[in-house]
Design a protein around this ligand. Sequence first.
Ligand code: 4NP
Length: 161
Amino acid sequence: MKHILFICLGNICRSPAAEEVMRVKLAQCGEAAHYVVDSAGMIDYHEGELPDSRMRHHAAARGYRLTHHSRPVCVADFDRFDLVVAMDHDNLRRLERFAQREGRVWREVVLLADYLRHHQSATVPDPYYGGPEAFELALDLIEDGCDGLCEALMARTAQNK
Ligand code: 4NP
């Protein structure tokens, strides 16, 4: 079983959407039984909250039901997750600072945007202060990136066989 953790700042827009999109993509590839997917944020301002209603609305229009409750990343996550997938470079810096503070290392950290196949973007930009188009763009990037990530994970599994 491989454990994947999606990370953004607040854990109410991008990472809970990525978590659910990835779950759906893995199920479509017949790989759901081999993965546990979760998400967390680098801040605790929204702890316990459902995803932002705008993200829930835009995701629902694409068939994704977002039910995750926001939580900040925690020390147990170092042991629990094989792969941490961040949305932007600020997330990466905060993940590294958190690891240094705790004297721990993440097993593997990547950017979701590195797996984009159809879009060109270095990050999945934060839609929180944007309009509807910012949420649509975030979902476009998340769907594209999760497709690419799924493919990369399948290729890895095939190599290790
Ligand atoms: P997210 O968006 O990182 O995609 O969940 C944000 C949500 C809340 C805040 C920032 C970004 N905030 O500052 O409260």
